[in-house]
Structures are given as structure tokens and as C-alpha cells.
Design a protein around this ligand. Structure first.
Ligand code: SF4
Length: 67
């Protein structure tokens, strides 16, 4: 099972990741990613793993990692 690790100390809350991975992430009112499953490291369904990889690659703060 793949999970998305979010480095909260690095994230600057522009919400790009939620646009690229809407299946897994919403945004809070400040633009920080909000895992839809309520966990700290949300599960990434296999069907959207390519979206997660794109979000991790494009995050301007390199705050996302798949594990
Ligand atoms: S793309 Fe990166 S910096 Fe931007 S909100 Fe998502 S995790 Fe934070």
C-alpha cells in the first residue's frame, strides 16, 4: 500500500498538490493540504498513484514523498 508523506515543516500551503491529487487531498482554508481520509499520511489508491507522483515531483517545496 502506498502512502503520501507530507513534510509540514516544508509545505508553504499553496495547494498545488490538492489540484494535482484531488482524489486524496483537499485544502484547508489557508491552502494547506488536507488528507481526505483524515490520516496524517493518506493512503494513495493505485489508480491515482501517477497523480501522486506528479504532485510530489512538482511540489515547489519538495514536501511530498510516496512511501
Ligand atoms: S504543493 Fe507542496 S508546498 Fe504546496 S501545498 Fe502541497 S505540499 Fe505544500
Amino acid at each position: 500500500m502506498t502512502r503520501l508523506h507530507i513534510d509540514w515543516t516544508a509545505c508553504d500551503g499553496r495547494g498545488l498538490c490538492a489540484e494535482l491529487l484531488p482524489e486524496v487531498l483537499a485544502t484547508d482554508p489557508w491552502g494547506y493540504p488536507l488528507p481526505r481520509d483524515g490520516s496524517r499520511e493518506p493512503e494513495v489508491p493505485a489508480a491515482v498513484e501517477h497523480h501522486a507522483r506528479q504532485a510530489a515531483a512538482l511540489c515547489p517545496k519538495l514536501a511530498l514523498r510516496l512511501k
